[in-house]
Write a protein that binds this ligand. Structure first.
Ligand SMILES: [Zn+2]
Length: 427
């Protein structure tokens, strides 16, 4: 099998016509352009780009979409609704929901997802007979949907700084950082799933336990300064910002990704940049939850690779995230072109894969239609600023076609799957 692309944009040379991709197993071994289509090659129409990485996901939050706007509310009232939902999930229900959510991601062109996983145990914190039953549900869900998963197993021990867990939060906790560490050590990587670690936030992991989580050998993610209240609590308790606290705990390095990084000081940006910490912004979620607009350009200029995530999945659309990143910058600064289309492409692909511990090149390809009512007439090198998830025609993961003509090859009608499982959850 080899692929022939009408147009492909696979490296810094920009979109090229007639690109022939030679493969061996699930790896790309040769790329050449201006080639006529060989009769034995699989044809990919439109613009072919590397598969997208959704660096920050809480799969179960998808069930909140379109259900939290009735009375306005705040980030904190949204969180109460999220806890209500979390209380309804068991491993079977979680598999069904996550399979459908990862199916939606595949349709949108995401070939890899970072699942920030803290829904570990049963209600009240009771352990399942397999303490990793919820993680195994996510592994199976990703395998069924045909996408790669980095399970960012999340340490979550406290309800806030010097605040005990609420009853709803009990099931997120392992009781101690050592117990978290032992449970995570039992998780195995395979062809679908790699294992990483996460500090939920400086709210949820006590200061003395940060270094235990940071010692995990692999990708390390942390929610960072999403809300001003987190900064205020941290300053009041420790006299430093959340970024400074993570730095003191040895949690900032080039395998760390700071998620959100919305409310940062100049010093915070210097610390993150000098440690080459990645910054995963989640612009549609940050808009939906009224978090604010983070200093993305300043972070990039300081040395932080920028990646993107759909987080609570109010929207699952890589183009919407990339556009919202650039639009936030425009609204914040009154200037256009803060990120070039090529930089947005890097944020969606190689920077995201590196953050999730899949840095090596994989045969993950996405074909974006250039003939839809949204993309017709666009210059191919600017289509990221115009397309939507509906313009994904074909998705290839590890050399397998998982989406063809906008339809999931294995899961079929993903909208119906989502409707069924979310309908059952809310009754
Ligand atoms: Zn999150």
């Amino acid at each position: 099998m080899r692929y022939w692309c009408e147009r492909a944009w696979l490296d810094s040379s920009g979109p090229q016509p007639g690109v022939l991709i030679e493969i061996a197993g699930d790896r790309i071994v040769g790329v050449s352009s201006d080639e006529p289509r060989p009769l034995d090659a699989y044809r990919l129409a439109g613009l072919v780009v590397p598969g997208f990485a959704n660096v920050h996901s809480h799969a179960f939050h998808r069930a909140l979409r379109g259900r939290t706007h009735g009375d306005g509310g705040t980030f904190w009232t949204w969180r109460t609704r999220m806890y209500e939902l979390a209380g309804k999930l068991d491993p079977t229900g979680y598999l069904e929901l996550a399979r459908a959510v990862y199916g939606e991601m595949a349709l949108a062109g995401f070939t890899c997802v970072g699942e920030f996983h803290y829904l570990h145990h049963g209600p009240g914190g009771v352990r399942y007979s397999d303490p990793n039953a919820m993680a195994e549900a996510l592994r199976q869900a990703a395998a069924d949907a045909g996408i790669r998963l980095t399970l960012l197993d999340t340490c979550y021990l406290a309800g806030g700084i010097d605040t005990p867990l609420s009853p709803e939060q009990q099931r997120f906790s392992d009781g101690s950082a050592e117990s978290w560490s032992e449970r995570v050590a039992a998780l195995r990587s395979d062809g679908t799933m790699r294992v990483g670690a996460a500090i939920h936030s400086v709210r949820a992991v006590p200061r003395a336990d940060l270094s235990t989580v940071a010692a995990f050998d692999g990708p390390l993610h942390a929610h960072l300064s999403e809300q001003p209240a987190e900064n205020e609590a941290c300053l009041a308790a420790f006299g430093c910002t959340p970024t400074e606290l993570l730095a003191k705990a040895g949690a900032l390095s080039d395998r760390t990704t700071a998620v959100h990084a919305t409310h940062l000081s100049t010093r915070d940006i210097e610390l993150l940049g000098s440690a080459r910490v990645g910054a995963c912004l989640c612009p549609t979620t940050e808009a939906d939850l009224a978090d604010g607009i983070g200093p993305a350009r300043e972070l990039a200029d300081a040395g932080c690779p920028i990646s993107l995530g759909s987080d609570q999945h109010a929207v699952v659309d890589p183009f919407a995230e990339a556009r919202a990143l650039e639009h936030g910058e425009r609204l914040r600064t009154g200037r256009r072109g803060r990120f070039t289309p090529a930089e947005l492409g890097v944020a969606l692909a190689s920077a995201g894969h590196a953050s999730l511990g899949w840095p090596e090149p994989h045969l993950d390809l996405v074909a974006v239609r250039l003939d839809s009512e949204r993309t017709a007439g666009c210059a191919p090198d600017q289509v990221l600023l115009a397309a939507t998830a509906s313009d994904i025609h074909t998705v290839v993961v590890g050399g397998k076609v998982i989406v063809k003509d906008g339809r999931h090859e294995r899961l079929g009608d993903v909208g119906r799957l989502l409707d069924d499982v979310i309908g059952r959850l809310w009754g």
